[in-house]
Write a protein that binds this ligand. Structure first.
Ligand code: SF4
Ligand code: SF4
Ligand code: SF4
Length: 301
């Protein structure tokens, strides 16, 4: 497939940055093994910039790579990000995992990404049902922060604007405690403890995850009822006030556990309690990294 104007712009930005030595590595997307796939690309030479590309199949959140030692060793890095993914970069900056001085944010306008399991079936019949749910409530089609921006030529995939944030969890919230318990017991029963959700998450970066600690053994590593619930709930709490809603955990889950329902519920509660949304302001303190006397709980006073 021919390069689009968006591709050409991304390629020029990357070439200039590598040629000038402003960055040593660019993380972006390249065309995949078929027209419905894109894959991550790492380039260190200006002459490789022509491989960069972007489309509505660029589903991966590339910010996940920023925490890797193999990437960090390059020092100054350029990264191509959609709006949702850029919030992960912001959250990593807020948590001192990435220095703003060491990163060039190459934003790309994004009009929605197509669900991978539908991608080859909907080339000529794209509708709102073929994009990921996060795109239906997206408020960052253009990233919040960028050093460079490549506008998109992709058609708008989210047309109605009828879907409201947090509407996906209304059904869950209307359930009784017993019904919620039964719902999640059934979902967590499917978990095979592969930890793909953790590996795909840009904000799961502990050098030693709690599931790998065995002195004491906090979480049963077998795939069984109690340990599965412990794992998924502890991960949800570790991500509360931090998850930026990229949806990569749910996309990675091989048994289709609706992890975004948990993430969305946590995000809603954090917003209602503290007026905080993750990844929007690199100068804000992470919501659970500070306390205020005006917080609604009084145990801290
Ligand atoms: S949430 Fe927004 S930025 Fe992210 S993939 Fe969907 S439309 Fe693009
Ligand atoms: S918990 Fe899931 S949705 Fe949230 S930042 Fe991590 S991968 Fe993205
Ligand atoms: S990706 Fe899914 S199956 Fe794997 S550990 Fe996470 S929740 Fe469990």
């Amino acid at each position: 497939m021919a390069n689009t104007k968006t591709d050409e712009k991304l390629q020029k930005i990357a070439k200039d940055l590598l040629e000038s030595g402003e960055v040593s590595l660019i993380i972006g997307y390249t065309k995949g093994s078929n027209p419905y796939r894109m894959r991550p690309l790492f380039i260190t030479k200006a002459e490789e910039a022509g491989k960069l590309s972007f489309s509505s199949h660029a589903v991966q959140d590339l910010a996940v790579f920023l925490k890797k030692p193999e990437v960090k060793k390059f020092g100054k890095i350029g990264i191509i990000v959609k709006g949702c993914d850029e919030k992960a970069v912001n959250a990593l900056i807020q948590e001192y995992q990435v220095s703003r001085d060491n990163i060039k944010i190459i934003g790309v306008e994004c009009n929605g990404v197509i669900k991978q399991n539908l991608a080859d079936k909907c080339e000529t019949n794209v509708s709102e049902s073929t994009v990921y749910d996060k795109c239906l409530i997206c408020e960052e089609h253009i990233p919040v922060i960028y050093d460079f921006l490549a506008e998109s030529e992709e058609p708008k995939l989210v047309l109605s604007g009828n879907v409201k944030p947090y509407s996906g969890i209304e059904k869950l919230e209307s359930m009784s405690a017993e019904e919620k318990n039964a719902f999640w017991a059934q979902e967590f029963d499917k978990c095979i403890k592969c930890y793909a959700c953790r590996q795909a998450c840009p904000l799961c970066y502990c050098s030693r995850c709690i599931v790998e600690k065995n002195m004491p053994q906090w979480i049963d590593t077998n795939s069984e009822e109690t340990g599965n619930a412990q794992w998924n709930l502890i991960r949800a709490y570790h991500l509360s006030g931090r998850c930026i809603g990229c949806g990569e955990c749910e996309r990675a889950c091989p048994v289709n556990i609706p992890l975004m329902l948990i993430n969305e519920k946590m995000a809603k509660d954090v917003y209602n309690m503290f007026g905080y949304k993750s990844g929007l302001d690199i100068n804000a303190k992470p919501v659970f990294g500070v306390f205020s006397e005006s917080d609604f709980n009084d145990f801290i006073k």
